[in-house]
Design a protein around this ligand. Structure first.
Ligand SMILES: Cc1ncc(COP(=O)(O)O)c(C=O)c1O
Length: 450
């Protein structure tokens, strides 16, 4: 039984009459999404099982295994021609002149920040609504993270607030395309040019997302990607820096390989090194996995984008649910995660935690997403270090004062009311999208009983 038919079979088994009608196409989608069901949390049968969703990461043995096994059997495991091949294909995919792979997205960011000579005494403006790695990468360079609040509709950094945070110390903007959706790049780039700031794009969640037909990562001075297990292009661990600036990528190459110049053999026992550097190279077998995943990512991104559009068109009709918005110039969303804002008051006071539990009981993978992060202990730990004390004033390092200056109320609201559907959900069928709308409508109808 093929993948689709097995899923349809499971769906029919778990959904009863409505499921059989869905699967057979005997009812149309608008009728299907209005089918009344008892929510699983109140004893109804769940809409999905774990097996309903694609398993992530995907591995198609017949198509993927040869290049990986050949690489392992060759005994060439350190970076060589497969890494080179992956880098040239990723640069071509994103639309930049060059790409350098590294051990993960965190180190891609650390290296990019470092090679633009951003460090102790400098400020980097970023968003509070991001994964901790964006902030750790700034701290790893002994720079000061400065937070500009988000746009509540798109969850991305608000360009107006960003500009208001620029000081004499500001050197760079770390733009994060969070959840795989592009930030407002025209405005951000024009602010950066006006104030002579470097723009590094944290595209770690945004593989193939497009703003004005340009892929993110190719718009700023450099872009950074993650290929960690959950990402839309998963390798397990892996990352990349892309740029049109050849000298910058040559320097990043040396930085990722003990300071040996770009073009030197990575197997050298005693090369000439010109730079203080680390060693964060990708392996050949990781590149082999990446090459296998690369074949699917274009088509999967289109599926995610189309499914998200369809799902948003249904969810926006439900009182209390506000789907995430895209900027007008976004031509493709990567939708690493699909998110909407949940208004408990419109669900008769049903808390977000209970709402998430009700979704999980339906077999829908979901989460409440990020917590407020930039007030946590790791920040204070950095501020207590000798290097921070040498480069920043006492007032800048006063943590209570820092928290006040970096207060981001829109981010706090979002951390309290966001709902994420996890990244394999948008690879489901159109019927799955209709199913999501159905379960949410039914939770809404029954909210007082949950
Ligand atoms: C926004 C963002 N930045 C950076 C990273 C870091 O990437 P990695 O996990 O490969 O180090 C991630 C990964 O989860 C991320 O989501």
């Amino acid at each position: 039984m093929g993948h689709t038919s097995r899923r349809e079979f499971i769906r029919q088994g778990s959904l009863g009459t409505a499921g059989i009608l869905f699967a057979s196409g005997l009812i149309n989608s608008s009728f299907a999404s209005s089918v009344s069901r008892t929510p699983a949390i109140l004893g109804g049968s769940p809409m999905w099982t774990a097996a309903s969703w694609v398993k992530w990461p995907m591995w198609v043995q017949s198509e993927d295994e040869k290049v990986l096994l050949d690489s392992i059997r060759s005994g060439v495991w350190s970076r060589a021609k497969l890494v080179d091949e992956f880098e040239s294909k990723w640069a071509a995919t994103i639309g930049t002149k060059r790409c350098l792979t590294v051990s993960n997205g965190t180190n891609a960011l650390i290296t990019a920040i470092n090679r633009f000579d951003i460090g102790a005494g400098d400020e980097v403006i970023t968003t509070p609504y991001t994964f901790i790695a964006s902030v750790q990468a700034i701290l790893a360079n002994n720079a000061m993270p400065v937070f500009a609040d988000i746009d509540p509709a798109t969850y991305q950094i608000d360009p107006v607030k960003l500009e208001s945070k620029i000081t004499k110390r500001t050197k760079a903007i770390l733009v994060v395309h969070i959840l795989g959706l592009p930030a407002d790049m025209d405005k951000i780039m024009s602010i950066a040019r006006k104030h002579n700031l470097i723009v590094i794009e944290d595209a770690c969640q945004a593989h193939l997302a497009e703003y004005d037909n340009k892929r993110v990562g190719s718009i700023g001075d450099a872009g950074c990607f993650s290929f960690q297990n959950s990402k839309n292009l998963p390798i397990g661990e892996g990352g990349a820096i892309v740029s049109n600036n050849e000298k910058f990528i040559d320097d990043c190459f040396a930085a990722h390989n003990l300071g040996y110049a770009y073009g030197t053999s990575t197997g050298a026992v005693a090369g000439d090194s010109f730079m203080k550097a680390s060693k964060i190279r990708l392996t050949e077998y990781a590149a082999a996995i990446g090459l296998a995943q690369l074949k699917r990512v274009e088509e999967q991104t289109k599926t995610r984008h189309e499914n998200a559009k369809y799902l948003s068109s249904m969810l926006k009709e439900i009182d209390g649910i506000t789907p995430i918005k895209l900027y007008d110039k976004v031509t493709q969303g990567a939708y690493h995660l699909y998110s909407f804002r949940y208004d408990a008051a419109k669900f008769k006071g049903l808390s977000r935690a209970k709402f998430l539990e009700a979704l999980r009981k339906e077999g829908l993978p979901c989460s409440g997403g990020y917590k407020v992060m930039h007030t946590q202990a790791f920040m204070q730990d950095a501020f207590n270090s000798r290097v921070y004390k040498s480069f920043y004033s006492r007032k800048m390092l006063d943590f209570e004062d820092y928290k006040q200056r970096n207060n981001c109320p829109e981010n706090e609201h979002l951390c309290n009311d966001a709902v994420w559907l996890l990244q394999n959900v948008l690879l489901g069928s159109r019927q799955d999208m209709e199913g999501i709308a159905t379960v949410i409508k039914n939770i809404s109808k029954n909210a007082d009983k949950i």
